[in-house]
Write a protein that binds this ligand. Structure first.
Ligand code: PLP
Ligand code: ZN
Length: 387
């Protein structure tokens, strides 16, 4: 185990890592896990990865679990990076295009990556009850991992969350409360009740481990592309955990000497009816104001206020990336287009990357010959109401 401490992402204050913690005690912002990477790199090497398990736990030296018997896993991660040349053929310029298909994870979304890390660590610390506010897929993943760990799961979701998410939670034994409001309202309920109820709050970026699970997308991308990162990554952004995680992974890999300083241009894709990051990016702001009357059928993108907003915006700017919004009608239509071209039935969140890519080609941001990765973050079968 190579964890040395937690570091506050904003004020940089160090916190003790071997205790259960949520946010920075100084400023209330997210904590990031720091590792002794020189120690990790002694056994974790590109050459030793070849024989390892086909899950994200192949990168165990840069993951937080100390006692491996605490790992709660369904074999998540190590999802395929699908070449998408037929889809590329429908674009105005010639691209080396890929889809990272996160819909193939357990519980059909990349939320499994975050939850395998968070629930494993909750188990390591002896937690018995976990709670989460969710737009949908985080709930489904948490319910499954909590059941496998023998924990009680308390879930708060907006009442108009896709039905598949509600049913999967109920059928995997979670206690589900539907809230007349948004994920931010659900988060307030968890925050108010957690102390009295004895719940550990697994809200994204309000505990340090979900981002650790999700950062493995960055490691996988590098490994699958033979340690050369793509030119552009399009990432459908809600809380931004995956984008923040990948950005962290790139720095860790550089520190271990696996990659150079070159980074992909990170593109945050949102729905035009819930686009707080796009708005803040355009205004040149480091923190994003809450987006009023947020709505979108891409439920994973319905996050009007993200606690990690500054980390998303910092990464986008440091990478010379951008943030772009697409309409719900465009992203729903793109599900069918991607499905017909490549056979991947994407979540509407993932499909949002396609109209975003077209706009970026038109504006000249993405140029012919570039290597571009679209993140399909979930599976379309969970969103039957959309079609
Ligand atoms: C949660 C979710 C997102 C947003 O992920 P973040 O890392 O929180 O930005 C995107 N797509 C799907 C399918 C999701 O479930
Ligand atoms: Zn702080």
């Amino acid at each position: 185990m190579n964890v040395t401490h937690f570091e506050c992402a904003l004020c940089r204050k160090h916190h003790e890592a071997r205790t259960l913690q949520n946010l920075c005690r100084e400023c209330g912002k997210p904590l990031l896990v720091r590792y002794d990477l020189a120690s990790a790199a002694r056994t974790l090497k590109p050459s030793t990865l070849v024989d390892r398990e086909s899950s994200l736990w192949r990168y165990r030296e840069v993951l937080p679990v100390e006692d491996w018997t605490n790992t709660v896993s369904f074999g998540e991660g190590w999802t395929p990076l699908l070449s998408a040349q037929r889809l590329a053929g429908k674009l105005r310029v010639n691209l080396d295009l890929y889809i990272k298909d996160e819909g193939q994870n357990p519980t059909q979304s990349f939320k499994a990556r975050g939850m395998t890390a968070a629930i494993s660590m909750a188990k390591e610390f002896g937690v018995k009850k976990v709670a989460v506010p969710s737009a949908g897929n985080a709930a489904g993943a948490m319910a499954a991992y909590a059941a496998r760990a023998g924990m009680e799961a308390y879930i708060f979701m907006p009442s108009d969350t896709p039905r598949a998410n509600v049913i999967e939670c109920e059928q995997t034994g979670a206690k589900v409360t539907l809230v007349d409001g948004l994920i931010t309202d659900c988060g307030k309920i968890v925050a108010e009740r957690k102390e009295a109820e004895g719940w550990f709050d697994v809200s994204t970026l309000k505990e340090p481990y979900r981002v650790e699970g999700k950062k493995t997308m960055g490691y996988e991308l590098a490994e699958q592309l033979n340690w050369e990162l793509p030119d552009v990554i399009l990432y459908p952004t809600g809380g931004g955990t995956g984008l923040i995680g990948m950005w962290k992974a790139f720095d860790e890999m550089e520190e271990m000497g696996w990659i150079g300083p070159k980074r992909p241009r990170m593109v945050s894709v949102q729905s035009s009816t819930c686009a707080p990051i796009v708005r803040a990016f355009k205004k040149g702001e480091r923190f994003a104001d809450e987006f009023e009357n947020a709505s979108t059928v891409a439920s994973g993108l319905r996050v009007p206020k993200a606690i990690g907003d500054f980390l998303i915006l910092d990464a986008i700017r440091a990478s010379s990336g951008t943030a772009i919004a697409v309409d719900d009608s465009e992203l729903v239509a793109a599900v069918g287009e991607m499905g017909a071209a490549e056979g991947v039935f994407t979540a509407p969140e993932g499909a949002a990357c396609l109209p975003a890519l077209r706009k970026l080609i038109d504006s000249g941001f993405v140029k012919g010959g570039e290597r571009v990765v679209l993140f399909n973050t979930g599976a379309g079968v969970k969103y039957l109401e959309c079609f």
